[in-house]
Ligand binder design. Structure first.
Ligand SMILES: NC(=O)C1=CN([C@@H]2O[C@H](COP(=O)(O)OP(=O)(O)OC[C@H]3O[C@@H](n4cnc5c(N)ncnc54)[C@H](OP(=O)(O)O)[C@@H]3O)[C@@H](O)[C@H]2O)C=CC1
Ligand SMILES: O=C(O)CCC(=O)C(=O)O
Length: 411
């Protein structure tokens, strides 16, 4: 199933309970603007290559649009459109004053030199600088991008529009970035895991976790969970997957990856397994933190974990979601589970606009407060509606976006 069709299905399940009119459904599902650009760039060997970049702005009824920029070879318009819509529901479910957007370039950053990557990044901003801005659309990191790319992008954007660090979030701390943004998504996953377990009467010490993806989100989630005494028994990236039923020493693993270009392959304190096997391990909690569409109707019946936290965007497709729900699996959906990142992006934007810097403790405390409040409201809605946590999260989000749309009128 295509990515946008999948997000539409999740939307429809909640919209039916809200008895949304056909007109309102159409209005809320239609992206406001879709930008696709050609990025011609001279490579190090003198060849000219053309890449394709996207920015989809889904909805701005609750505020400026917000969402990451992804660098990955699978990026296409359908995926970006789906991810932009997810951002609208995500910012609404945690009640940030934003709408949703997403973008990216279809490239494999690992295959490019640093100079090529910087040239592509700057050329991309040359093409989209006039549709983004601190009051309209504020990009941030996603898969394949981080603070380095945000610094280049801000520098390029300011060549056209002048000084304004609030145009991008997830910047280096030394260049108006927020303390705690880098860890925020993974830390948020950890905070929400703790809340979920608490509501189910389970203890971290008795919880075996398998984690797919060990990039920004996966590695910070692993660190937080390990420090909170969960037993992280399996981890993977695209180079390798490892399993140790007695628990992996995550502090050792983090040290190992530091000296191994951030990659897992070569770690020898756990058994090597396949990436597919990791998803089907007998664990208590499964956390997909890499790509979308990794749990489908094909493998959903073989998933043994009774709990799933979607740290990645859209890792479970709607058919699999239905199968898991019928099997009694409790699933915390992406639009809440990984909202820690955009929440601290919001704190960064607020600090940039006020020229005032918060300390790490304040960021962490506020993150905990925002996510805990959102979790409680989703949990409560699911009880009232007798529905899954995903449908409950969508109900809250759609209700907020619908209200803002109606209050603004149609002028
Ligand atoms: N960064 C953020 O703040 C946010 C990210 N997200 C979502 O979280 C997910 C991960 O993003 P992020 O951590 O930032 O991205 P990164 O690029 O930092 O890391 C991605 C990770 O996924 C791994 N990966 C890629 N392909 C596979 C595969 N086939 N099997 C196993 N692992 C694989 C990568 O491995 P390798 O390094 O070997 O390529 C890497 O460890 C995405 O879905 C993203 O949209 C959601 C909210 C915010
Ligand atoms: O930090 C942000 O603004 C957006 C992060 C993002 O792309 C996401 O939550 O999927």
């Amino acid at each position: 199933m295509k990515a946008f069709e999948a997000t539409q299905l999740y939307f429809d399940r909640a919209a039916a309970r809200l008895e949304l009119s056909d007109n309102m459904r159409k209005l809320l599902l239609t992206p406001k603007r879709e930008v696709q650009v050609q990025i011609p760039v001279e490579m190090d060997d003198g060849r000219l290559e053309t890449f394709i970049g996207y920015r989809v702005q889904h909805d701005d009824s609750r505020g400026p649009m917000k969402g990451g920029l992804r660098y990955h070879h699978d990026v296409d318009l359908d995926e970006v459109r789906a991810l932009a819509a997810l951002m609208t529901w995500k910012t609404a479910v945690v009640d940030l004053p934003y709408g949703g957007a997403k973008g990216g370039i279809a490239i494999d950053p690992r295959k490019l030199s640093l100079k090529e990557l910087e040239r592509i990044t700057r050329k991309f901003i040359d093409q989209i600088h006039d549709v983004i801005g601190p009051d309209t659309d504020i990009p941030a990191p996603d898969m394949g991008t981080g603070s380095r790319e945000m610094a280049w992008m801000r520098n390029q954007w300011e060549k056209y529009h002048g000084f304004n660090p609030a145009v991008f979030t997830g910047k280096p701390v030394e260049l108006y970035g927020a303390e705690g943004r880098e860890e925020a998504t993974g830390r948020g996953v950890g905070i929400l895991a703790y809340k979920l377990l608490g509501h189910l009467g389970r203890k971290p010490q008795n919880t075996k976790v398998a984690l797919q993806g060990f990039g920004n989100v996966g590695s910070h989630a692993a660190k937080f969970l390990y420090e909170s005494e969960y037993k992280v028994v399996a981890v993977s990236d695209h180079t390798a997957a490892y399993y140790n039923p007695d628990g992996i020493d995550i502090s050792k693993l983090l040290k190992f990856t530091l000296s191994n270009k951030g990659l897992l392959a070569g770690f020898n304190e756990a058994e090597r397994i396949s990436g597919d096997e990791l998803l089907e391990l007998p664990v208590d909690l499964l956390i997909p933190a890499a790509l979308g569409g990794v749990i489908t109707a094909k493998n959903a019946t073989r998933i043994k974990a009774p709990l799933i936290i979607e740290a990645a965007n859209a890792p479970v497709d709607p058919e699999a979601d239905q199968i898991l729900h019928e099997r009694g699996v409790t699933l915390l959906p992406d639009i809440l589970a990984n909202a820690g990142g955009v929440t601290v992006s919001y704190f960064e934007w607020v600090q940039n606009r006020q020229f005032y810097k918060w300390g790490l403790n304040r960021v962490r405390q506020e993150l905990d407060r925002v996510l805990s409040q959102a979790f409680e409201s989703v949990w409560h809605e699911a009880k009232i509606q007798e529905c899954s946590l995903r449908t409950a999260a969508y109900i809250i989000a759609i209700r907020r976006v619908q209200t803002a749309t109606l209050l603004s009128g149609h002028g």
